[in-house]
Design a protein around this ligand. Structure first.
Ligand SMILES: C[S@@+](CC[C@H](N)C(=O)[O-])C[C@H]1O[C@@H](n2cnc3c(N)ncnc32)[C@H](O)[C@@H]1O
Length: 362
């Protein structure tokens, strides 16, 4: 009997959920092992070695065989690798090899599994927040900026010149001629660095809360010999008051507004910092603000979970609004309107199943 709905559960529905639940446990575990395979270089070693025993793979990757053998067990049961019954030789499935090592010109998507592992690493602290409220700060996610930079390099930089910047008519020409660009919540600055390299006549500024991320970005700019880009530590929580007036032709925010302590203040500041004919290009999570409308979202479960254990909590830890990654289009538009923007066009791009691209004008 289901106590919540007072109906008798059939044996089939219990069996069906039982099967699903086993899938959930297997897939959750597999994601953590994929993260380990990516970080230890085991996927790259499997691709390099071809069919190989655990001993051969351990040697190729420079790792302890006993751990490699157990990891291969998970990959085999998880349908990522095959194991020859007599020789105990392991091979990556061709499609898995393409997706998890970037072979055959495919994108290497293995880095994404690190987000699942990251959630587990803060479980105790998040449970504490469920009891006492508040949030946990960026300093509790020691590898966050590293993983985010890997993410940005693939999802933003990889599509920047071909798909993202062309959303703004005439922008490539303006950038070529020379304009002022600001990136909000720039992290390690992968997108700005790529633009600064491509458009030497334009001037680029990146602001972010993180001293570590902006330092790494500045070091990379220096290593690349770029003199038209600067990165600064800025807490943008009061950007509505501290924003310069009409300094920038283009302001970008890649996957950054929903994480802010005060997205409302940040958007009001962006409105002020834009020149009258300027454009704000904002990439943010594609979703509805209404949870029921997200039921069939391809990665809704993952995004709500990441929001709970990262995006929402880092904002709450700053005393912020904690709008969360899944704040959705309706709330985004409301915030943009309240910030004083009058024109908002929302685009999707085929390479990106996760985000909307908002073209916003004063
Ligand atoms: C999801 S990351 C995106 C980073 C970068 N745009 C990228 O695509 O790699 C969000 C960024 O917002 C920054 N951030 C969060 N709160 C902030 C605040 N109060 N002021 C300035 N930046 C903040 C974080 O440090 C982080 O780098």
């Amino acid at each position: 009997m289901c106590l919540a709905c007072d109906t008798k559960l059939s044996a089939e529905s219990l069996d069906e959920f039982g099967g699903r639940y086993l899938d959930i446990l297997n897939h959750g575990a597999l994601a953590v092992m994929i993260s380990i395979g990516y970080r230890t270089g085991l996927f790259a070693a499997m691709r390099k070695a071809g069919p190989a025993t655990s001993h051969e793979l351990a040697e190729t990757a420079g790792l302890h065989e006993r751990y490699v053998r157990e990891w291969l067990g998970a990959m085999t049961c998880g349908g990522i690798a095959t194991c020859d019954e007599t020789s105990s030789v392991f091979s990556l499935l061709p499609a898995a090899s393409a997706s998890l090592t970037g072979s055959d010109g495919a994108e290497n998507l293995a880095y994404l599994a690190q987000y699942v592992a990251m959630m587990g690493s803060v479980e105790d602290k998040i449970i504490d927040c469920f009891h006492r409220g508040g949030g946990i700060p960026y300093s509790d996610f020691p590898r966050f900026h590293e993983v985010m930079a890997q993410d940005s390099a693939q999802t933003v930089v990889g599509a920047l010149f071909e798909h993202i910047l062309p959303l703004v008519p005439g922008l490539a020409l303006s950038l070529h001629n020379g304009i002022d660009v600001l990136d909000i919540g720039c992290g390690r600055g992968k997108a700005l660095l790529a633009m600064a390299k491509q458009f030497p006549n334009s001037r680029f500024t990146g602001w972010d809360l993180s001293a570590e991320a902006t330092r790494d970005a500045a070091n990379e700019a220096h290593a690349l010999g770029l003199t038209n880009v600067r990165f600064e530590v800025r807490d943008l929580s009061d950007f509505d008051k501290t924003a310069p007036s009409a300094d920038f032709n283009l302001i970008t925010a890649f996957d950054a507004i929903h994480d802010q302590a005060r997205p409302d203040h940040v958007l009001a500041g962006i409105r002020r910092a834009l020149r009258p004919d300027g454009v704000f290009l904002m990439q943010d999570i594609g979703a509805s603000s209404n949870v029921a409308e997200n039921r069939d979202h391809l990665i809704g479960t993952l995004l709500y979970s990441l929001s709970c254990t990262h995006c929402m909590t880092v904002s709450l830890s700053q005393g912020g609004l904690g709008v969360g990654a899944m704040w959705g289009e309706q709330m985004t538009r409301e915030f943009l309107t309240n910030a004083g923007f009058s024109s908002v066009a929302r685009h999707t791009l085929p390479h990106d199943i996760q985000n909307y691209y908002y073209l916003v004008k004063p």
